[in-house]
Design a protein around this ligand. Structure first.
Ligand code: PMP
Length: 434
């Protein structure tokens, strides 16, 4: 298939004149994989349609939110109804309490929460709150984890930061970055050593419980429990960044899957059903340090936006009503995709390591087990780029970086499994012959 991309190319040229790199978020550019991104005109279920009318099987799902597929009718209807009543009031609504109740039912560790408009804000605010609560300055994060683009979190971060090789972003003062300690993921000894070096000085450990932003990396057995024990012993807070994993790896996120209770949790993506929304929450005694009750300031003109609340409520209601069926279905579909493509890679003689937790997964072009950012970085990113281009040509749109997770939705079924395996067969054979 050779697609016509005439309209997308015109739109790209215009965008490059107006937006740096032609994009509003660097991960959307195809710099790491080559080629130019199609411009999306609309989406439905598991498919994206570009401005030239080409159809793609979508494996990034707006980077996670679209767990029910695109334009899921109850979500569309909820947004339509809310929009008819007014887009924003800057005053409290019942919908905020409705969504908060649903979140708390899914995440029992979240006694109180506050809505924000992005995952970045959720993580930035949670870290500020942890510092305010503990009166300490240092923060531990892990190499290859991404917690949004606030200054303190842009140290050895994953996602676009890793893709573009910008481990310490320009514009972040050294005085800020020095309070962020970036350690290797899945290495409890490194965490113990950091606490031993700075007892009583570390405010929090923030972690993606299943890393998605270095590609998918599951926690080693006992790792999250170890983080819980070490932080508790020192009086530091444990923040689980479940912006990606929340409502994704299970309804109650990774904390439900791995049985660990954090002090604070950050949420985003699925919680807003595709509209801009995030949240942070956890222990009531910690959350009550926030203004207007406490001294830690945090605010937002559009926080708890009625449209975002409506889309989030409709999404969570669906996930809660059909929890068993949805998560076992996602597991089955994603396993079939992972197994199918692994078999095709073996036949083609391509070395591939597949990491998967539920419906998030990554194909790494390395023979090594991928357990942290260093092992993820052994992946042959040029081979990933060729694979990405081959898959796109075959009508399958993967996240355009080795250091990102792919996502499956409830709209992906047997037909889509077959499509992606067949596309991989072509793309991987070309790997070997090109
Ligand atoms: N945390 C995690 C784990 C994420 O995956 C992301 C976004 N990919 C963020 C935080 C930041 O969220 P946002 O892009 O909505 O600011």
């Amino acid at each position: 298939m050779t697609r016509s991309l005439t309209r997308s190319r015109q739109l790209q040229l215009r965008a490059e004149q107006l937006l740096p790199g032609g994009v509003d978020s660097p991960v959307r550019a195809f710099r790491a994989v080559g080629g130019d991104p199609p411009f999306v005109a609309r989406a439905e279920g598991a498919y994206l349609f570009d401005a030239d009318g080409n159809r793609y099987l979508d494996f990034f799902g707006s980077w996670g939110p679209m767990i029910l597929g695109h334009a899921f009718p109850p979500v569309v209807e909820a947004i339509r109804e809310a929009a008819g009543k007014g887009a924003s009031f800057g005053a409290s609504t019942a919908a905020e309490g409705d969504l908060a109740e649903l979140v708390r039912r899914c995440f029992p560790s979240v006694e109180k929460l506050r809505f924000v408009s992005s995952g970045t804000e959720a993580c930035m605010s949670a870290v500020r709150l942890a510092r305010g609560f503990t009166g300490r300055n240092f923060v531990i994060k892990f190499e290859g984890c991404y917690h949004g683009h606030s200054d303190a979190m842009l140290v050895k971060a994953g996602s676009g930061v890793a893709t573009l090789g910008i481990p310490g972003s320009a514009g972040v003062p050294a005085e800020t970055a020095m309070h962020t300690l970036a350690l290797p993921f899945n290495d409890l000894e490194a965490v113990k050593a950091a606490f031993a070096a700075r007892p009583g000085e570390i405010a929090c450990v923030i972690v993606e419980p299943v890393v998605g932003n270095a590609g998918t990396i599951p926690p080693a057995e006992g790792y999250l429990q170890g983080l819980r024990e070490i932080t508790e012993r020192d009086g530091a807070l444990l923040i689980l960044d479940e912006v990606m994993t929340g409502f994704r790896v299970s309804l109650g996120g990774a904390q439900q899957v791995y049985g660990v209770k954090p002090d604070l949790t950050t949420l985003g993506k699925i919680i807003g059903g595709g509209l801009p929304c995030g949240a942070f929450g956890g222990r009531a005694d910690v959350m009550d340090k926030l203004a207007p009750l406490g001294p830690v300031y945090q605010a937002g003109t559009l926080s708890g936006n009625p449209l975002a609340m409506a889309a989030g409520i409709a999404t969570l209601r669906e996930l809660m009503a059909r929890e068993g069926e949805i998560y076992s279905g996602l597991e089955k579909t994603t396993k079939a995709i992972a197994d199918g493509v692994a078999a095709v890679a073996r036949e083609a003689g391509v070395v591939l390591t597949t990491n998967r937790v539920g419906s998030m997964f990554t194909w790494f072009f390395t023979g090594e087990p991928v357990t942290d950012f260093a092992s993820a970085a052994t992946s042959d990113t040029a081979a990933f780029g060729r694979f990405h281009r081959g898959m796109l040509e075959a009508g399958v749109w993967l996240p355009p970086s080795q250091f990102e997770a792919a996502f499956v939705s409830t709209a992906h079924g047997a037909t889509e499994v077959e499509m992606v395996v067949e596309a991989a067969r072509k793309a991987l054979v070309n790997q070997v012959t090109s």
